[in-house]
Ligand binder design. Structure first.
Ligand code: NAX
Length: 329
């Protein structure tokens, strides 16, 4: 058996938490040889519900689950954490603009960034899921002076998986045969799902799906608007698929991307592709498997793709400007 890993999950009594916790407890991120302690954070009104979730986790009698901590204090939940999944945030209310949501949720991530910096394991990897996830991640990493900004990332793997699934369906193939799509920019409906380097069974997706009009319009729109379509159908936002993507994102960080493949992940820009340094943007990313990542270099855009890329990066610049007061320094 390997050393126990501490996994902190915020918003653990929410929808995504309910799908996420059993998979974490079953070893989906660190593998079947690594015991885990789940350290769950909630706001006080949700602690009762979280207690119920903890009872269910106990009743699963997972082999790898060593302990469950529940708390409304980030310093308790993040203590010694090797991985922190920041899922908890307020949902967008009726009539709320995206800007209102950013201002509403931003302060959660200053406090959590601070707490992580003080009490998490110095090598803790922080994965932000709660929306607006790119900008929440930007806030958290800027408020965590003891942690390397490269230890933070925000989740665009759900968008990536949605893109794989759409391409597979159109081509009449299995999603596992589709590789190397890229989500660029923001986890919002300005994101640019890029199919130009994608392959299906090793062949360029643009050859297998010789329908540029479909790729440029219905494909992109379906991926961008998938979250909305699920809310309309289910009356609730994506939760099972979001939890699944959070697991995939974390597993790739710790177990690595397969040879020749990349994933999509929002990480702090080093200026690659002209994305302003310090902005948290989704890029094609390779992970060696030690918790680090590197941005895949030397992909190019045609004029049409560049336009899409710039729209989403400009949205991120606008979001950063809205939260300037939450970014110290
Ligand atoms: P829920 O509303 O079901 O759960 C959120 C939970 O967070 C609640 O239990 C709430 O009490 C808790 N919470 C609120 N403030 C908190 C705080 N300061 N500290 C700790 N916990 C806090 O939402 P759910 O469906 O689970 O979604 C969670 C977040 O994921 C939302 O922000 C949602 O927008 C975002 N998503 C992100 C996705 C992505 O691809 N990055 C996709 C799915 C999802 O939309």
């Amino acid at each position: 058996m390997a050393d126990v890993k501490r996994i902190a999950i915020t918003g653990a009594a929410g929808q995504i938490g309910y799908s996420l916790l059993p998979r974490l407890a079953a070893g989906a991120v660190f593998g079947p040889e690594t015991p885990v302690i789940l350290q769950c954070l909630e706001i006080p009104p949700a602690l009762g519900a979280l207690g119920g979730v903890a009872m269910e986790l106990m009743d699963c009698a997972f082999d790898l689950l060593e302990d469950i901590v529940i708390s409304d204090d980030p310093r308790t939940a993040f203590a010694g954490a090797d991985l922190a999944l920041l899922v908890g945030s307020k949902p967008r209310g009726k009539g709320m603009e995206r800007g209102d949501l950013i201002r509403e949720n931003g302060p959660i991530f200053t406090g959590q960034g601070n707490a992580l910096s003080e009490v998490a394991h110095p090598q803790c990897r922080v994965v932000v899921v709660g929306n607006p996830c790119n900008t929440n991640c930007l806030i958290a990493l800027n408020n965590a002076p003891n942690l390397d900004p490269k230890n933070f990332s925000a989740m665009t793997r759900l968008d990536h998986n949605r893109a794989l699934a759409q391409l597979a369906e159109k081509a009449g193939r299995h999603s596992s045969e589709v590789r190397n799509v890229t989500i660029w920019g923001n986890h919002s409906n300005t994101q640019y799902p890029d199919f130009h380097y994608a392959t299906i069974d090793g062949k360029p997706a643009t050859e297998v799906i010789a329908d540029e009009a479909w790729l440029r319009d219905p494909f992109i729109k379906t991926v961008q608007e998938r979250g909305k379509a699920i809310i309309e159908a289910r009356g609730l936002s994506s939760a099972m698929s979001a939890a699944n993507a959070a697991i995939a994102h974390s597993r790739l960080l710790f177990q690595g991307t397969p040879e020749g493949e990349w994933t999509s992940m929002a990480v702090v820009s080093d200026g690659s592709y002209g994305v302003p340094e310090g902005l948290v943007s989704s890029f094609p990313v390779r992970c060696p498997g030690d918790g680090s990542w590197e941005i895949v270099q030397d992909l190019s855009f045609n004029e049409w793709g560049k336009e899409r890329f710039e729209i989403t990066v400009n949205e991120l610049i606008g979001e950063r400007d809205m939260v300037k007061d939450l970014l110290p320094g």
